[in-house]
Design a protein around this ligand. Structure first.
Ligand code: SF4
Length: 517
């Protein structure tokens, strides 16, 4: 199996020859004379986890390791895990076991498990999977060096890598809301057998080496880590710690450097990007950050994901509407629309409040693309509450929508709630909701036929080499539908990472077909 999902594409910090396995053919002069350790990564879960993988790869590369995409060639395999829901945990365990086979029957000498699963089941992983040599939690990314047996010594002075400056993060402020929740035990892991007592507190900065695993033209920037919200179905606050933001200047410096290196699209991420800056007293921090990023000349698109519904301010909407480079795109996970379910989820809000808020978003940003996600089958969800959600979806007319089946999380407070629904009923409801959205999406996509957009060409389609594939500003990387290109002017030489004007010629339920003009 290839070490999947990580197409190491280099970053502005790196010499051009340092591209995963390609570097083996042409090692940089400052590498140690002894054969470099080959390290392969499997990164599971969300883009936030991907950035952690990129940071760990950067740290390892700076210490002299060579990255490989092939598990068969790796001396060390790192699995960066996800623990969001049961199916993600299962996928993580399956992947660890799959990679363990490269140690027992292959070349690998070390297997390291990192990420959210470690924060939840640290001791159990080591006990139950003896092939695992070391675990690295979400707050201890720098430990990847000692886990692989590499030194953390700074690189030689002529190194292409900058020196990690973790001191910048040693004293982190916090939000009053987070402190209050901490006092109420929101972040406690006492009942979790085998979890370390210390909550993760790490946050990378612009001086941390990082190797992009995304295509060269796009990058994620993690602007904050952790979460202070009390959602009863979620253990991310216990896994990732209290909310903390990166310094404003650090985010800007990183974005400028990425843009200089060829990145044209930046997607800001964090568990909750709309709280950005509150921990160091910044009001409307996300809006200010977007404004500043939009002024970086070489960037073409800037967007952010994961807005918390009641943290969307007028200033944020005005800022999106007022800057061409800020994509008119918002991802606001609402989780449900029935006020009683939302109350049990400890999130607040309800269909009426949300509809008013959506109307305001669309008034302020007329070409807004709106994405959301829901959890279906929360404990005690009645037919009536589910119908409220269905009615809301029909009325809100989202451009993109995801629906997760509720699954019990040991350690989340919803675990103790009564009236659990059967997995079969939950799946029935999830499919029903997705069926409603499919019709909405089909209608919305059909309405785009004939319209012209800027298209970021990504390259050959994954589905067939006869088609090209790209995205418009309506499509966030990796989560939304696709735009297939089946027509272009004579002599057209496609350049992945370039922007082209296109016209939509066909629409499917979720995907579009376009021709390059
Ligand atoms: S906002 Fe809620 S669902 Fe999202 S990470 Fe925070 S606690 Fe979890």
């Amino acid at each position: 199996m290839p070490v999947k999902d990580l197409t190491v594409s280099g970053s502005p910090d790196l010499k051009p020859d340092f591209k995963g396995e390609n570097s083996a053919a042409n090692p940089p002069a400052e590498r140690p004379a002894a054969r470099a350790q080959k390290v392969g990564f499997v990164s599971l879960g969300c883009p936030k986890n991907l950035v952690d993988s990129e940071v760990m790869m950067g740290l390892l590369a700076r210490a002299g390791a060579e990255l490989t995409r092939r598990a068969e060639d790796a001396d060390v395999i790192v699995v960066n895990t996800c623990s969001f829901i049961e199916s993600a945990q299962q996928e993580s365990v399956n992947t660890i076991l799959e990679m363990a086979a490269h140690k027992t029957g292959g070349k690998a000498k070390k297997l390291i498990v990192a990420g959210c699963l470690v924060e939840r089941y640290r001791d159990q992983i080591r006990k139950d999977i003896p092939e695992v040599d070391a675990v690295v939690g979400t707050g201890e990314l720098e430990k990847i060096l000692s886990a692989t047996g590499l030194s953390s010594a700074p690189a030689a002075s002529n190194s292409p890598f900058v020196v990690l400056n973790s001191a910048a993060n040693s004293v982190l402020p916090s939000r009053a809301e987070g402190d209050a929740r901490a006092a109420q035990g929101r972040f406690s892991r006492e009942s979790w057998e085998g979890a370390v007592a210390d909550l993760p507190n790490y946050l990378y900065d612009d001086a941390t080496p990082r190797i992009l695993a995304t295509p060269r033209h796009m990058a994620y920037i993690k602007i904050a880590e952790g979460c202070d919200h009390p959602c009863t179905f979620c253990i991310i606050p216990q896994l990732r710690g209290q909310f903390r933001s990166r310094r404003f200047e650090s985010v800007i410096a990183e974005a400028e450097r990425l843009a200089q290196g060829g990145v044209r699209e930046i997607t800001l991420i964090g568990q909750d990007t709309t709280c950005y800056g509150e921990d160091f007293g910044l009001k409307d921090g996300l809006a200010l950050l977007l404004e500043k990023l939009a002024a970086i000349e070489d960037l073409r698109w800037v967007r952010f994901l994961y807005a918390y519904p009641n943290k969307i301010t007028g200033k944020l909407l005005d800022t999106i509407a007022g800057h061409e480079k800020i994509c008119s795109y918002m991802d606001v996970p609402l989780q449900h629309a029935s006020a009683s379910v939302l109350k049990r989820m400890k999130r607040g809000g309800g269909a009426d409040v949300f509809l008013r808020s959506i109307a305001k978003m669309r008034r302020t940003i007329p070409d807004l693309t709106l994405r959301t996600s829901f959890i279906v089958g929360f404990p005690g969800e009645t037919e009536k509450e589910f119908e409220e959600l269905c009615d809301f979806v029909r009325e809100a007319q989202f451009d993109w929508m995801g629906a997760f089946a509720y699954s019990d999380q040991d350690g989340a407070s919803a675990y103790a709630l009564e009236k659990k629904l059967s997995p079969r009923e939950i799946e029935r409801r999830r499919k029903h909701l997705m069926g409603i959205q499919r019709q909405i999406s089909k209608k919305k996509k059909k309405a785009l036929v004939g319209r012209k957009f800027d298209l970021l060409l990504e390259g050959e389609s994954d589905e067939t080499e006869l088609l090209l594939e790209g995205r418009t500003a309506m499509h966030a990387p990796e989560i939304d539908g696709k735009v297939f290109v089946n027509d272009s002017p004579d002599g057209f030489e496609p350049q992945p990472g370039q922007f082209y004007r296109c016209q939509i010629t066909e629409a499917h339920d979720y995907d579009l077909v376009a021709r390059i003009l």
